[in-house]
Design a protein around this ligand. Structure first.
Ligand code: ADP
Length: 260
């Protein structure tokens, strides 16, 4: 079956080796250009979902159609690499190489498109370096290009990670808890750059977020997971107090990042 949707997830299930059913039949579509945020309690399956999308995790059952291609059927490692190029990923803990400079870290985003020989020697063209600088400029830290990654603040590190992901020229950016390690004020700065990438470059963003205040500010659509199942799909303003209680449980309270 080939669908016209940009990204289509059908009855996705993931059971880990220890028997935990992290996803119990999840289905939803993503339109190109959306800023989709996945919410839910810790352990509800958000990261698992994200990792199934680019085959960092193998789903147990179900289908994922990306730009018409059934990605579950991809066998060749070269095709999985090609898929991962189209799906850039940023992580809670940034995953930078601490002792390398910022520019080198950003250039790492291009490795997936190089021969083994070029990768091992770390050979990058002048054009690639200019592109890396351009991406650093986009996230406002071109002046930090020659500093070591471990000299950056948390927020700056995440901006380096965004620039690195952009080197892949992705059509989707998967952001797994992108601001969970940052202080509330810095959260907004990083989220603003994700929004810029989404709006100015037209890159679809799928992010897991904790703070509902951030969800309300940045998401164009929200999916809530509870115990491996979707319990809410809608616009952020549709998450009423009643929905909030259903998603997070009775007695749960929102923690605000506003006013910072
Ligand atoms: P979330 O991102 O919402 O916190 P996760 O996807 O990380 O949720 O986890 C969903 C469930 O799967 C949890 O019960 C978690 O303990 C379990 N889980 C996650 N990763 C693994 C793994 N590699 N092996 C076994 N169980 C896992």
């Amino acid at each position: 079956m080939v669908t016209e949707k940009f990204l289509s997830i059908r009855n996705l299930k993931k059971t880990y080796g220890n028997g935990v059913q992290a996803l119990k039949g999840v289905s939803f579509d993503v339109e190109q250009g959306e800023f989709l945020v996945v919410i839910g309690l810790s352990g509800s399956g958000k990261s698992t979902l994200m990792r199934c999308l680019n085959r960092l995790q193998e789903p147990t059952a179900g289908e994922i159609f990306f730009q018409g291609q059934d990605i579950g059927k991809i066998q060749k490692s070269s095709e999985i690499r090609a898929l991962r190029r189209k799906m850039g990923m940023i992580f809670q803990h940034f995953n930078l190489i601490p002792r390398q400079n910022v520019l080198k870290n950003v250039l790492m985003g291009r490795l997936g498109q190089k021969s083994n020989f070029q990768s091992i020697l770390g050979i990058f063209s002048e054009e690639e370096k200019q592109e890396a600088l351009q991406n650093l400029k986009l996230v406002g830290i071109a002046d930090k290009a020659l500093l070591r990654a471990d000299q950056m603040s948390g927020g700056q590190k995440q901006r380096v990670a965004i620039a690195r992901a952009l080197m892949q020229k992705p059509s989707v950016l998967l952001a797994d808890e992108p601001v969970a390690s940052l202080d509330p004020a810095t959260c907004h700065v990083v989220m603003d750059y994700l929004k810029k990438v989404n709006q100015e470059l037209g890159i679809t963003v799928i992010a897991n977020l904790h703070f509902l205040s951030l969800v309300r500010k940045y998401a164009t659509r929200v999916i809530a997971l509870k115990e491996g199942q979707i319990v809410f799909t809608g616009r952020p303003e549709e998450i009423t107090q009643e929905w909030f209680q259903k998603i997070y449980g009775e007695g749960a309270q929102d923690v605000s990042t506003d006013g910072l």
